[in-house]
Design a protein around this ligand. Structure first.
Ligand SMILES: [Zn+2]
Length: 270
């Protein structure tokens, strides 16, 4: 019985959450110029702040998820009023898959709008597609779920910005949400990698040069062709080795007469 009630409750919660995404899809789209008005962004920000208690309940009743783990860092769903004014640590998530993101902001309404617009511009068939930005890979990863279906739920309202940043880092380290991994590396880190690569290349090139110097023979013998001398019989122009008759190429070279006084290998006059 308890299980059945649980399921009913979960179904009810999901129905409301789906209704929220449906509203965003239908009512918070762009106008004819492709712009989303400030009013619409305000609606979304309100919906996200107000739906926090529902999301908390959903993560308690539903199956285990990354969002559920994140929400454990918040004591209770913060009120919409607190969220609008305070330093908030929030989770971005959706009902379709377990892809999540943890972030921190002091300007809730603005941040909700930014995330929404960014996700929109990276959607398939977007009317204003992004051609590359600092968080491109991260937002492309949002693609399987449409912008309207992404929730932004406050995890906790902190006393100050620095405290919120600390909590954000803590969650990032402990839970390692997929989308936080997609963030671009800091340029300084990239520079270290590049620098190391460059130095390695230089070192190897120098080593190669040194090796070549080392193996170069010190005395180079001149490749001079001296007529071979037999120990017993000194070579003669008219005779081959061991005073045998010269081979046919030589004979040819000597104009058919090995006894001719011309040196073997001489060019035959035509
Ligand atoms: Zn981009």
């Amino acid at each position: 019985m308890a299980k059945l009630l649980n399921q009913k409750y979960l179904g009810f919660l999901e129905w409301i959450l789906h209704e929220i995404t449906e509203f965003i899809e239908l009512a918070c789209g762009p106008n004819l110029k492709g712009e989303v008005s400030a009013q619409k962004k305000q609606w979304i920000a309100n919906l996200m702040a107000e739906s926090a208690p529902l999301v908390y309940q959903h993560s308690l009743v539903g199956k285990a998820s990354t969002l559920g783990k994140m929400l454990k860092y918040g004591m209770a769903p913060p009120s919409a009023e607190e969220v609008r004014k305070g330093s908030v640590v929030y989770a971005r998530w959706n009902l379709t898959n377990d892809v999540t993101y943890v972030g921190e902001t002091g300007k809730w309404e603005q941040r909700v709008g930014q995330h929404y617009m960014k996700t929109r511009s990276h959607e398939m068939g977007s009317d204003k597609p992004c051609s590359g930005c600092a968080e491109h890979a991260k937002y492309l990863k949002h693609r399987p779920v449409s912008a309207a279906c992404w929730f932004m739920t406050p995890v906790r309202v902190c006393a100050s910005k620095s405290e919120a940043e600390l909590l954000e880092q803590k969650i990032e380290r402990a839970i390692n949400p997929v989308l936080n991994r997609m963030a671009r590396k800091f340029p300084i880190e990239q520079n270290y990698v590049m620098l190391e690569r460059k130095q390695n290349l230089k070192r190897r090139a120098e080593g190669k040069q040194r090796a070549e110097l080392w193996y170069r023979p010190k005395f180079t013998r001149k490749a001079t062709v001296t007529p071979r001398r037999s120990a017993r019989h000194t070579a003669e122009p008219t005779r081959g080795h061991g005073r045998y008759a010269r081979s046919w190429p030589t004979q040819t070279a000597c104009g058919g007469n090995p006894r001719s006084q011309r040196l073997p290998g001489c060019r035959v006059a035509a």
